[in-house]
Design a protein around this ligand. Structure first.
Ligand SMILES: [Zn+2]
Length: 325
């Protein structure tokens, strides 16, 4: 008996800058933060929404009436964050809080600087700690901090029962923001795909057969989605296969060093119960066809076939792959 090979794990980062323009309401809100003026928007029913939105969540009416609310507020709920991650508002443990600013009817999500979870409670009074340098972003609020004022409604906005209307006009308004998005994973492909990836390092392709319907999945996912049972019977497929369908790519992809036009195809490897994707090379793009027999081409150090090229065999009969389209 041999022990099961260890499942692969690797870091996976998905990262992109999200650029968005701001409408009049978000522009006023973020420019207001830069000027240390917290703004909300009044709905048709008279509720004050902070953070503000452009359209009434109940009636869908356009909302434009801005009001100034307090820089102090009340925690409505919270969760302790014991291990801050890079890019979060504070680099020491803190609480994520929803804060209803004085004068507002809804709550804003932000961080609360507190020594520990014992120092945080729903209903506690907090105030904005402004960032030293402000540029018109939610991070202009560095975080919230506990406030000793004790009474709801005693914010800097004055009488919180009647928030002051604000014209939302500032010099040099912020009209757009770039919000960096980053997702950090430790990715594990699982038992079945680990075996698939390890076989690829030997330039072999393995799938798994469903014990119920006998379909061979390539790449294997560990289970048959049709029968709902685990696939355990490992089978080697290919290396040759049949083009079942294809498309001609005419748009050059960024960071991809392939001249257009080229052909990207569904290829049913011999013995596989479904087709996988691959680029077709070694043949003019306008001569690629359904039924074309192909074989993989590996490049030095490649972790998967660079592309597939014609194997020189006669085309496959349609009946042999019509179930694999
Ligand atoms: Zn099955």
């Amino acid at each position: 008996m041999t022990s099961a090979p260890e499942t692969l794990r690797a870091p996976l980062v998905v990262e992109f800058p999200f650029t968005r323009s701001l409408g009049p309401v978000q522009s006023a809100f973020l420019t207001g933060l830069r000027e240390r003026v917290p703004l909300g928007v009044r709905t048709e029913a008279g509720r004050i929404l902070v953070p503000p939105v452009e359209y009434d969540p109940e009636t869908a009416a356009e909302l434009r009436e801005l009001v100034e609310v307090g820089a102090t507020g009340t925690v409505t709920t919270w969760a302790w964050n014991p291990e801050p991650r890079p890019g979060q508002p504070l680099d020491t443990p803190f609480a994520w809080v929803l804060v209803r600013l004085d004068g507002a009817d809804t709550a804003l999500l932000h961080a609360l600087d507190a020594p520990g979870p014992d120092a945080v409670r729903t209903g506690m009074r907090v105030r904005i700690r402004w960032a030293a340098e402000r540029h018109g972003a939610i991070t202009d609020i560095a975080c919230f901090e506990p406030s000793q004022d004790g009474t709801a409604g005693a914010g800097e906005a004055g009488d919180a029962g009647a928030p002051r209307t604000h014209d939302g006009v500032f010099d040099a308004p912020v009209t757009g923001i770039v919000a960096p998005a980053r997702l950090d994973y430790t990715y594990s492909p699982g038992r079945a795909q680990t075996a698939y990836l390890q076989a690829l390092t030997e330039q072999r392709t393995v799938g798994e057969r469903c014990p119920s319907c006998a379909k061979v999945y390539v790449p294997p996912r560990g289970a048959c989605p049709t029968c709902g049972v685990a696939t355990t019977d490992r089978v080697e497929v290919g290396p040759r296969g049949t083009v079942t369908t294809y498309c001609i790519v005419n748009i050059k992809a960024k960071n991809l060093d392939i001249e257009v036009p080229y052909v990207y195809a569904h290829i049913a490897l011999d013995g596989a119960g479904l087709a996988l994707h691959g680029r077709i090379g070694g043949i003019p793009y306008d001569q690629v066809r359904m039924g074309l027999r192909v074989e993989p081409v590996w490049t030095e150090g490649g972790r998967y076939p660079d592309h597939y090229r014609p194997s020189g065999e006669p085309d496959a009969d349609y009946d042999t792959y019509k179930e694999l389209l």
